[in-house]
Design a protein around this ligand. Structure first.
Ligand code: FPP
Length: 249
């Protein structure tokens, strides 16, 4: 199933609605984030079981640093706890963990836990779990542009040789496949700077479910919807039908 065109290789999720989930229940926002972390665990487990090759989760955006200090600290603590407590589960399920974003801005203990988990799982190939932390797609593009400009300055790259593939490689998601399916929870319908280059041709799926309530059935519904989308990549429906016919005869 995981190699068929009806199944996404790379799923990316904007996990939204922790705060609203908490406010609706008269809980502090931190309770929403805690339940959000439980939803992360459920989702990773189910994605692995379903055969998704790569799952990228937007855990903390560059803009989130502007939230109240207490909330930022709670989110950093949750992230660190996840990285420490889930390491055995990741290893047991052959999941490789990769962080993207400006990790130099993270508290030292969080960065160290992230890098420890990355080292410990680097050889695993059952699924790649990408955590976007202190991430912003435009800033990542600028960082990639600087890297490439430096290669041009050193004379190892000719501007005329620069193409989509090389720009893609210079992004922090360099070795990962393009995003096939991008999900956002909580009814918001925007991309918020998430993987602008990588998700250029992604199918978009918006669900009103608040992130703490995201579960196996919500992910299955998104996968089901994806299976029925026709990804034409610029071709006509007739050309696509011809391709399908050719592949069965
Ligand atoms: C959006 O909800 C969610 C976040 C800003 C952070 C996502 C964090 C988690 C799911 C938990 C920790 C992560 C890991 C990987 C363990 P919001 O607070 O913006 O919700 P609102 O829009 O309803 O206020």
């Amino acid at each position: 199933m995981s190699d068929s065109p009806e199944f996404p290789r790379h799923v990316a999720i904007i996990m939204d609605g922790n705060g609203r989930w908490a406010v609706q229940r008269n809980h502090p926002r931190s309770a929403g984030h805690e339940r959000g972390a439980d939803a992360v665990r459920r989702t990773v487990r189910h994605a692995r079981k379903s055969g998704i090759r790569c799952l990228t989760l937007f855990a903390f955006s560059t803009l989130n640093w502007q939230r109240p200090t207490v909330e930022v600290r709670e989110l950093m603590d949750l992230l660190e706890r996840f990285l420490v407590e889930e390491l055995d589960e990741l290893r047991g399920n052959h999941i490789k963990l990769v962080g993207i974003g400006e990790r130099e801005l993270l508290p030292t203990s969080v960065r160290e836990s992230l890098e420890h988990a990355e080292r410990e799982t680097a050889h695993l190939d059952g699924m790649t779990l990408v955590l976007a932390v202190s991430y912003d797609g435009r800033r990542d593009l600028v960082r990639a542009a600087r890297l490439l400009a430096e290669q041009v300055r050193r004379g190892t790259l000719l501007p005329a040789d620069l193409d989509e593939h090389q720009l893609s490689k210079a992004l922090s998601t360099g070795d990962l496949p393009d995003v096939d399916l991008l999900v956002r929870t909580s009814g918001e319908v925007r991309l918020s700077g998430f993987l602008p280059f990588e998700a250029c041709y992604a199918e978009l799926y918006f669900t009103p479910v608040l992130w703490p309530e995201f579960d196996e059935s919500t992910l299955d519904a998104a996968l089901e919807e994806y299976a029925h989308r026709q990804r034409r990549f610029g071709l006509t429906s007739e050309q696509m039908a011809g391709d399908q016919l050719a592949s069965v005869i």
